[in-house]
Design a binder for this molecule. Structure first.
Ligand code: ADP
Ligand code: MG
Length: 684
């Protein structure tokens, strides 16, 4: 007997070859198969009179074969079968390539349903290779058909047949993860009905009912999961801290902290002095000074006798933090270490020993901080920078390094409240909504290719004035294969050097480079040895080069607004006037509008709200960077009401049964641990 985890190749009617093709869509198990929701639908419920058919549309007609089909040999050894079908008001030519059997399977005088694209002309309409079914035996006509996202070797027909098999197979197996009471209270249909009708709706109304249930379920599971993650910290105690006077720390800084920075620091210190481990997100626009918030927390933890770990997503960033923070902490007699993938074995051994014995107060690094052999004497605080690159699970892994350290997450990706609620649902949030004084607005222009000459002249002028320039190119590919970023960026840098700026120092930087190489280039750029840095979005995150004042983004339409905002944040970090030029030749109105938003505001929160409004949340949820389960069906730009309902329901269920241990909640609990890839231990 099959279960939902059964590999689809064992499902009747699918088999090895099809299973392999479906594998390319990420479908491995029966559960994957029935959860592969259609991207749209085609209404084939009604048949249409032939005389009303429009050229180019797909349609169903019910017609009688008027004369016996004829077969012809054509070039390349192919065969062509032709015949004519008629209904009350019109006639339709049917043409079949390489389907010789049609000659004998279509019978004069009999009526069939034909489905296909209408071609030919209005006097002589035709269908080429239409689908054919007998009336009363319809499977792919006479109903609303699902349209799936496809890949090479998988057709709509193959997929819809496979899903049909899958649904038939698991009718008995589908557990309803929604507790009955929730389902009833929110007027939701049964799981079986929902899965059946999301794929093969019997009517538009049934589809809506099915969709509503599945969206609700998805949001409900997500909310419950996040609540559980949050709760599990309620029962444990964190590293204990006592309030202390922060003045000595503040006095050693070369600037006064902004009020927003102070507030965020106070929030965090408040958490660390409570009995529970801190689990806080500090959200602030690029340049808002999150590093100092982190530094204050690290200092505070150290005064309380705790070690800290600061984790950055790239080596470059880790090094920059190290170079910025270690001199500051040295003034207080605190010791820092830098631990990355490229730390030499001997040095690494020394650092590990010092961390274990407790002589290092702060360890800065990349994922290397997560490896098993890194042990701390007294880890009290874990900070991750640019959070969206780390998943929930990675954070959890670092958390498990010691009992339950305080966790502070820094994010420069401003996210509208509604989304923050979901993405960061397991965190408390502080927002730094103020920039340090004297920050200049980055002047931003959205222009087309016709400005190329002027832009080149502008670059030259900036370099002549002693400044530096970033040029960011997206990966522009023509086919399905991702283009080779190494080639794209290198070729572009070479072209610039040869054709436009032979006298300037132009260097390419891309993600495929070895960390050492990237770092050397960034170091050169920071030192002013490079005039123009041509790169992919690897410069997106946090690198600080105050002398770089111009950011040029090629094919800007390919980036989301939030990403453009991140890129723009690479300039305007020093005292010099800074510029951002968004190049795009896209004539699309919406694209133009989007890029215009960038020229109007420098406020990351406004920009992300605009992004959400214009593009939907796909951008935020597109990559599973946040480590949350991918949204398969909910669309948060229009399902906000349902989100509200799902959240209310989740709270009510958890208020009754905090650990989901009641019998009626067991399958819910099982599903959540699956979704969040949590083991039972983390859930408890
Ligand atoms: P981000 O929030 O993007 O991580 P950083 O922490 O890198 O920002 O800060 C950006 C720059 O602003 C750094 O050079 C930092 O030294 C400086 N800075 C931070 N806080 C202040 C402040 N209160 N006043 C002046 N400069 C500040
Ligand atoms: Mg930063």
């Amino acid at each position: 007997m099959a279960d939902l985890q059964t590999n689809i190749r064992y499902i009747k009617g699918i088999g090895e070859t099809r299973a392999k093709a479906l594998g390319k869509l990420g479908i491995a198990t029966l559960k994957d198969l029935i959860s592969f929701f259609p991207r749209g639908y085609e209404d084939r419920t009604l048949t249409r009179p032939i005389k009303n058919l429009l050229l180019g549309e797909n349609a169903c007609v019910k017609a009688m074969i008027a004369a016996d089909p004829t077969a012809h040999r054509i070039s390349g050894g192919r065969t062509l079968v032709k015949c004519r079908a008629v209904d009350e008001g019109g006639s339709l030519d049917l043409i079949f390539f390489n389907q010789e059997y049609r000659k004998n399977s279509l019978h004069k005088g009999e009526t069939y349903i034909f489905y296909g694209k209408v071609e030919g002309n209005l006097l002589r309409r035709q269908m080429i290779n239409p689908l054919i079914e007998r009336e009363g035996q319809q499977q792919i006509t006479g109903r609303i058909m699902p349209l799936y996202s496809l890949t090479a070797g998988v057709s709509q027909l193959l997929l819809s047949r496979a899903v049909r098999q899958g649904l038939d197979e698991c009718r008995e197996l589908l557990e309803d993860v929604l507790p009955d009471a929730v389902r009833q209270a929110h007027n939701l249909c049964y799981a079986n009905f929902a899965y059946e009708n999301i794929h093969f709706p019997t009517s538009p109304e049934a589809l809506e009912i099915a969709r509503r249930r599945l969206v609700f379920e998805e949001l409900f599971l997500l909310t419950c999961g996040l609540q559980l993650l949050r709760q599990r910290r309620q029962h444990v105690s964190g590293p204990v801290c006592e309030p202390i006077d922060m003045t000595p720390f503040y006095e050693k800084l070369s600037f006064t902290l902004t009020n927003a920075q102070r507030r965020a620091i106070e929030d965090a210190i408040g958490d660390m002095c409570s009995a529970r481990p801190m689990n806080r997100l500090c959200q602030g626009d690029v340049g808002s000074g999150k590093t100092m918030v982190a530094a204050a927390c690290i200092w505070f933890a150290a005064q309380n006798g705790w070690q800290s770990a600061l984790m950055a997503p790239t080596e470059i960033l880790a090094r920059q933090h190290y170079e910025g923070l270690s001199p500051l902490f040295a003034r207080f007699g605190l010791r820092c270490a830098l631990l990355t993938g490229s730390t030499k074995a001997k040095e690494r051994r020394e650092i590990l020993a010092a961390l274990k014995s407790g002589t290092i107060d702060l360890c800065i690094g990349t994922h290397a901080l997560l490896t098993e052999d890194v042990q701390y004497a007294k880890l009290g605080l874990v900070i991750t920078d640019e959070q969206h690159r780390f998943g929930v699970n990675q954070r959890a892994a670092l958390g498990q390094k010691s009992d339950h350290p305080h966790m502070l997450v820094l994010s420069a990706t401003p996210i509208p409240r509604t989304l923050a609620l979901i993405i960061y649902g397991d965190l408390d949030v502080s927002v730094i909504d103020e920039l340090p004084p004297g920050r200049q607005k980055v002047d931003t222009f959205a222009v087309g290719e016709s400005y190329r000459q002027r832009i080149n002249a502008f670059i030259r002028k900036q370099v002549a004035a002693g400044h530096q320039v970033f040029i960011v190119c997206p990966l522009v590919g023509d086919g399905e294969e991702l283009p080779d970023e190494r080639k794209a960026v290198t070729a572009y840098a070479e072209k610039l050097k040869k054709e436009v700026f032979p006298d300037l120092e132009i260097v390419a930087l891309h993600g495929k480079m070895r960390p050492k190489e990237k770092e050397a280039i960034m170091a050169d750029f920071a030192a002013g040895a490079i005039d123009v840095l041509v790169s992919t979005t690897v410069v997106e995150v946090g690198v600080d080069v105050p002398n770089a004042n111009t950011m040029i983004v090629e094919n800007a339409e390919r980036f989301g607004l939030s990403q453009l905002h991140q890129l723009r944040g690479r300039v305007g970090r020093g005292r010099v006037k800074s510029y951002c030029i968004l190049l795009s030749d896209h004539q699309n109105e919406e694209t133009k509008q989007r890029l215009q938003v960038m020229t109007r505001t420098n406020d990351g929160f406004k920009i992300s709200e605009e992004d959400l409004r214009l593009r939907g949340p796909g951008d935020f949820f597109g990559q599973r960077q946040h480590g949350l389960p991918a949204m398969k069906i909910a669309d948060l730009s229009c399902d906000m009401r349902l989100l509200d309902e799902a959240q209310t329901a989740a709270k009510a269920v958890l208020a009754e049964d905090a650990a989901l241990e009641l019998p009626e909640n067991l399958s819910l609990r099982r599903r959540i641990s699956e979704l969040f890839e949590l083991n039972a231990e983390t859930l408890n």
